[in-house]
Ligand binder design. Structure first.
Ligand SMILES: C[S@@+](CC[C@H](N)C(=O)[O-])C[C@H]1O[C@@H](n2cnc3c(N)ncnc32)[C@H](O)[C@@H]1O
Length: 210
């Protein structure tokens, strides 16, 4: 299902694209391999959100080869620290190479393993927790984020419209159920103000009340 009219999507894509050689290389690799990066429209959203709250400490759950981290590490400035967590060591090696070549290597720490387990090693507080792990595990990311965000911090999750599969609640598979369960939990959580933006595959942004 097209969540956004394809002509509108192309139009938005034209404005969002970033003139940077490492970003272009990462986007080309994602295209070649069909690897699901957030893409430039969501990348720009992450950059703007991080800058709007002066984010310095960011925890990523599910980092792939470092594309979303590029936007966060760009936003934080040299004082920032972005913790990447990734299950695939090949992806982590690529992330290190891309982010070093982008001049962002000092701002990132790259960890290999289960994101939700690795997160337990960090107490924060974080300005942003970004969730992009396997969808069936989405609900488990919420308590991890709530315990580590500072008041006013953001819990951001990608793929919250899951290519429209969220509309079929009765026939939902495990991944879709994960997205739906997290959605219910986010809107039921009294300490969060949540909205889902229909950009690309849907991005939820939840602000932790102070
Ligand atoms: C959608 S991709 C992430 C893309 C990345 N956020 C970006 O936009 O550049 C999801 C990544 O999370 C990893 N992943 C999924 N579940 C995970 C988990 N529980 N722990 C660690 N990594 C996980 C996968 O190996 C994959 O590389």
């Amino acid at each position: 299902m097209d969540l956004v009219d394809p002509d509108i999507d192309r139009y938005l894509g034209r404005w969002a694209s970033m003139d940077d050689p490492v970003v272009a290389e990462m986007e080309a690799l994602a295209g070649e391999r069909g690897f699901p990066i957030v893409g430039p429209q969501v990348g720009r959203l992450l950059l703007a959100l991080a800058r709007s709250i002066g984010a310095r400490r960011i925890l990523e759950l599910g980092s792939g080869f470092g594309y979303s981290a590029w936007w966060f590490a760009t936003a934080t400035g040299p004082e920032g620290r972005v913790i990447l967590t990734e299950g695939s060591s090949d992806n982590a090696v690529r992330a290190r190479d891309f982010l070093d070549r982008a001049g962002l290597g000092e701002r990132v720490e790259i960890r290999v393993g289960d994101a939700l387990e690795l997160a337990l090693e960090y107490h924060g507080p974080f300005d942003i927790v970004f969730n992009d792990i396997d969808k069936q595990d989405y609900p488990r990311a919420l308590p991890v984020a709530l315990e580590r965000l500072r008041p006013g911090g953001l819990f951001i999750t990608d793929n919250m419209l899951w290519q429209g599969r969220v509309l079929d609640e009765d026939g939902a598979d495990e991944a879709t159920r994960g997205v739906l369960d997290l959605t219910r939990a986010l809107y039921a959580e009294p300490d969060l103000d949540t909205t889902i933006l229909p950009i690309r595959d849907g991005v939820s942004v939840s602000v932790l009340r102070g």
